[in-house]
Design a protein around this ligand. Structure first.
Ligand code: AMP
Ligand code: MG
Length: 332
């Protein structure tokens, strides 16, 4: 049985929060809000509970989880903080995940997929923080069936997990809509593993950040820079066509071509190029990032093909393009 608890971030209901925290303590699964996307959480110290995360998501065992903590003290108990980590940790709570050397032997192997490093973050969401405080660190990947767009609204969570988890906390639509930025600090320098809701420029202001081509999900980047990155990601079941070149002309032509072959065409773009019924317009990168997964999920139910206009790779654009390239069946 799944309980749905509506918890407002501004007025947190302690009674409801306790129900969720007790479920975590008992080794059950709880879907909870963060500022990035919803997380599918279990006690980070309970291997059986963490195993359930992999089962209900259909997540490969070699794809490690992010451990969410409520404060620096918890973080320092779990991982070794080098000088760069101490600098970047000052950004917390934030949509920033740091990969550090693992210290705490009590964290089970399943959480880190057997690695000697661990991904850790303090989320900037009061419900998440209160839940962690009440139940200790929580291991949580994004709440979605493996390979599909992450869940950012209650609807998505119900579609994927109703009946499969003990508790779903609903705190409304996720503020950022894309996952955290992941930076590897375990090798003595800062390497961007996954662009995310914290723009890389904010990190570069503090430390020198290496941005390998893999972080942009460019075609030439064949090898995975981090476990899990090699897998199909963020993909709806219908084809996704990302238009990177000659935007306007191409988008119009492609949309017309599909329309003529009687396919239901959906378009995500900055302008309505093709007079389509299934159309979402993004105004800014922030707006695009916040709704991208929701739009992909929505059009997955309604269309036969989704065409998406590319954006420039700065600020949130880096994360948007990473997700789009990974979701794409074709890049033009
Ligand atoms: P998700 O929470 O679903 O966005 O997935 C978390 C991602 O964090 C995984 O796909 C990994 O790529 C990354 N990750 C977690 N732990 C580590 C680690 N120890 N080293 C490198 N990457 C990691
Ligand atoms: Mg994920």
């Amino acid at each position: 049985m799944t309980i749905i608890l509506k918890i407002n971030e501004r007025y947190i209901c302690k009674k409801k929060l306790k129900v969720a925290a007790d479920a975590i303590k008992k080794g059950q699964l709880v879907v909870f809000p963060t500022e990035t996307v919803y997380g599918l959480g279990a006690s980070a110290y309970n291997p059986k509970a963490c195993k359930k995360i992999f089962e209900v998501k259909g997540r490969p065992a070699d794809n490690p989880l992010i451990v969410h903590v409520a404060n620096i003290k918890q973080a320092k108990k779990i991982a070794e903080f080098n000088p760069i980590a101490r600098k970047l940790a000052k950004l917390w709570p934030a949509p920033l995940t740091l990969v550090l050397r693992k210290k705490d032997k009590k964290i089970p192997k399943i959480v880190t997929a057997g690695l000697d490093t661990i991904a850790i973050r303090i989320p900037r969401h009061r419900v998440a923080l209160e839940l962690i405080k009440a139940s200790r660190p929580i291991a949580a990947p994004s709440a979605n069936i493996s390979g599909t767009p992450s869940g950012t609204t209650l609807r998505h969570i119900i579609d994927d997990f109703f009946g499969k988890v003990s508790v779903i906390i609903d705190s409304g639509i996720a503020r950022y809509g894309l996952e955290s930025t992941i930076v590897d600090l375990s090798r003595g320098k800062a390497i961007l593993l996954r662009p995310g809701s914290l723009p890389a420029e904010k990190i570069s202001k503090i430390v020198e950040l290496e941005i390998p081509p893999e972080a942009k999900a460019l075609k030439k980047a064949k090898k995975a820079i981090a476990p899990g990155m090699k897998y199909r990601h963020y993909s709806p079941s219908v084809p996704v066509i990302v238009v990177e070149n000659e935007k306007e002309k191409n988008i119009k032509r492609i949309a017309e071509e599909y329309k003529q072959s009687k396919l239901r065409v959906a378009l995500i773009a900055s302008k309505n190029y093709a007079k389509l019924r299934l159309f979402k317009k993004f105004k800014t990168e922030r707006h695009f990032a916040k709704h991208l997964f929701a739009w992909l999920r929505f059009f997955d139910k309604k269309s036969d093909v989704i065409i998406v206009e590319a954006v420039k790779e700065h600020g949130l654009g880096l994360a948007i393009m990473n997700r789009l390239r990974k979701a794409a069946t074709k890049i033009i």
